[in-house]
Ligand binder design. Structure first.
Ligand SMILES: [Zn+2]
Length: 309
């Protein structure tokens, strides 16, 4: 018969020998649990979120979840920081309803890419949407970074950070367009990381579909070119799909459609001013982008859900 252990028993550590009572038949007795109950020590448990006696746990697919972590499941790979304002949560949900998440609705390239993030076809992809103060003039930035909170098994996370200043003055449509744009950066960053580090799991045909991110030998362009290369690739591959999705978004939200038939195409050129293809953007693109960002005299679509009163 295997020895039995009770919480009231005390075991000693550090003597190099087996814990008292651990000899015997080698049955499945819970040695570790018993030792954690040692009455000789003040023992407490720190969960993966750093909380004493917290209930957060490490999930193989999505790292630390539950407890006070603010993440309930790993069904989604793009999380929202708990301090992020409601409009960003709403916009993400609405975009997902339009196909960012439901693979059966992926009718175009942008849906496919956004699905890749949300459905995590990219191995162990993790991203978080947050807000804060960033370089003035930038509406958002995406950083591929070491995961400081040990969040995700691979230790990396793409952080999509919205500029508070712009959240307070940009239209809903501008934020939605920006979210799509930043998702693509995150998608690129993640796949490039997997390729560079020799890991499996990058998207099928990634190198073939996004040749502008690689040099002639097939090596990913260095980070110093990364941003410019990614923008060239977005301008080449995504502008028209983004325009379509943004229009669908506006319709679904009852945002009055501007009379300008090129309006959504102009919006999709946001952030791509430095690219070689920008010359093909419709006339007046800059004016539209400035207005919708809140840099102009008046916004065009007028819905400002992100503005904090
Ligand atoms: Zn960009």
């Amino acid at each position: 018969m295997s020895p039995r252990f009770f919480g009231s028993e005390t075991y000693c550590f550090g003597d190099g020998g087996p814990a008292q009572g651990s000899t015997g038949s080698g049955g499945n007795h819970p040695i570790d649990e018993e030792q954690a109950d040692s009455g000789d020590y003040i023992t407490y448990y720190i969960d993966c979120n750093g909380d004493i006696d917290g209930s957060a746990v490490i999930d193989y697919n999505c790292g630390c979840i539950l407890g006070n972590k603010g993440i309930q499941s790993c069904a989604q790979k793009v999380y929202l920081d708990t301090n992020t304002r409601q409009c960003l949560k709403d916009i993400k949900t609405k975009l997902e309803m339009l196909g960012m998440k439901n693979s059966s609705m992926s009718t175009g390239l942008i849906s496919k890419v956004l699905n890749s993030l949300n459905l995590s076809t990219g191995r162990n992809f993790n991203a978080i949407i947050t807000e804060g103060l960033i370089m003035s003039g930038a509406i958002a930035e995406t950083t591929f970074t070491n995961n400081l909170n040990s969040w995700g098994p691979s230790g990396y996370v793409s952080q999509i950070k919205f500029n508070e200043t712009y959240l307070n003055k940009s239209t809903d449509l501008k934020i939605a367009a920006t979210m799509m744009h930043e998702y693509i950066h995150a998608y690129f960053d993640w796949n490039i990381y997997l390729i560079r580090s020799g890991q499996v799991g990058s998207d099928e045909n990634f190198e073939k579909n996004y040749v502008l991110l690689f040099d002639k030998s097939g090596t990913p362009l260095p980070d110093s070119y990364g941003n410019a290369a990614q923008h060239e690739q977005i301008a080449t591959s995504f502008v028209s799909e983004m325009a379509t999705m943004l229009r669908n978004y506006a319709v679904s939200q009852n945002i009055a459609l501007p009379v300008d038939t090129e309006f959504f195409k102009k919006m999709a050129w946001g952030g791509l001013k430095g690219t070689s293809l920008y010359k093909f953007a419709p006339n007046g693109t800059e004016y539209t982008l400035a207005a919708e960002s809140g840099n102009g005299s008046a916004t065009i679509t007028q819905i400002l859900n992100c503005k904090k009163l």
